[in-house]
Design a protein around this ligand. Structure first.
Ligand code: ADP
Ligand code: MG
Length: 279
């Protein structure tokens, strides 16, 4: 190895926040009749290796059922991988026990497709956000906690005067802002957003996408942005990984993948974007 590429390798390692190595998540299902011993294996994640760099938005795109959500759950250690490893800041998460994993998990938070389903309808915005803040600061209370919740609401563009309201009193876009604030509350370093705008009106989608981009820029967050929509992913992501049947089939800068795709599957995904929906 010459000096230049050696340097390159070091630089690459230094900026990689999350390393996914040969990750597999298989589901085994019984098939046939009650007495049958036959099983089918669904290779939802089938040998994925990816580096997520500090401070980037990595877009993960692919059609429904290709394994995006399973990949995100596996890399957050919400489900154990079948094989392979997830290395966070140089530390192999797969080797840690449940207690240690729970501590590390504060550093990576998720935002889901349906904010209404992911928010507790019986908790006010204040209670929801205060509970999430206390995951990081268990002793915080009173005016300090209220100030923190006020700041979080401002960060996601919500009126702090509404913090005593319940989720159903907000619009879909506002509810997704609450869900984003809750993800930010434990001061994570990485956010995984799994189809965060897929349930929203097109007119609201770009507001939420712009908010996520702003948060990444202002807070230096690292983000994995998951969507089935290549147009949406191109709008927010710095790099795009294309997933097909459990594997990453293409990886490049957002513009490379969007404007000059190499893989046939990416070309098909691109051709399927309705022109009016492209943002
Ligand atoms: N808990 C599970 N048990 C069995 N099969 C599952 C489970 N979760 C996901 N799958 C299967 O794994 C594949 C990938 O699913 P998923 O990760 O949800 O894809 P995506 O998020 O890209 O739509 C699908 O075939 C799905 O049916
Ligand atoms: Mg999914």
């Amino acid at each position: 190895m010459d000096v230049a590429s050696e340097h390159c390798e070091c630089f690459h390692r230094a900026v990689s926040y999350l390393e996914i190595r040969d990750l597999e998540k298989h589901f085994v299902k019984k098939s046939g009749g009650l007495l049958s011993h036959h099983t089918d294996t669904i290779k939802a994640v089938d040998g994925v290796s990816l580096d997520i760099r500090k401070g980037e938005i990595l877009g993960l795109v692919g059609e429904s059922g290709c394994g995006k959500s399973t990949l995100s759950r596996t890399l957050m250690q919400l489900v154990p991988p079948t094989s392979g490893s997830v290395i966070l800041n140089g530390e192999n998460l797969s080797a840690l026990g449940p207690h240690e994993i729970r501590k590390r998990r504060l550093d990576f938070q998720m935002v889901f497709q349906d904010p209404y389903a992911s928010l507790n309808p019986r908790m006010t915005v204040f209670s929801t956000l205060a509970e999430a803040v206390r995951q990081r600061h268990p002793k915080m209370k009173g005016s300090e906690l209220e100030k923190k919740v006020t700041d979080l609401m401002a960060t996601v563009g919500l009126d702090a005067g509404q913090m005593r309201r319940y989720p159903h009193e907000f619009s879909g876009g506002q509810r997704q802002r609450i869900a984003i604030a809750r993800a930010l509350a434990p001061e994570p370093k990485l956010i995984i957003a799994d189809e965060p705008v897929s349930a929203l009106d097109v007119s609201i989608q770009s507001q939420i996408l712009n908010l996520l981009k702003k948060l990444q820029a202002d807070l230096g967050l690292t983000m994995v942005f998951i969507s089935h929509d290549l147009g949406v992913v191109h709008y927010v992501a710095d790099r795009i990984a294309v997933m097909y049947k459990g594997k990453i089939v293409e990886l490049g800068t957002a513009d490379e993948v969007f404007h000059s795709p190499k893989d046939d599957y990416t070309k098909r995904l691109l051709a399927s974007i309705p022109m009016l929906k492209a943002v």
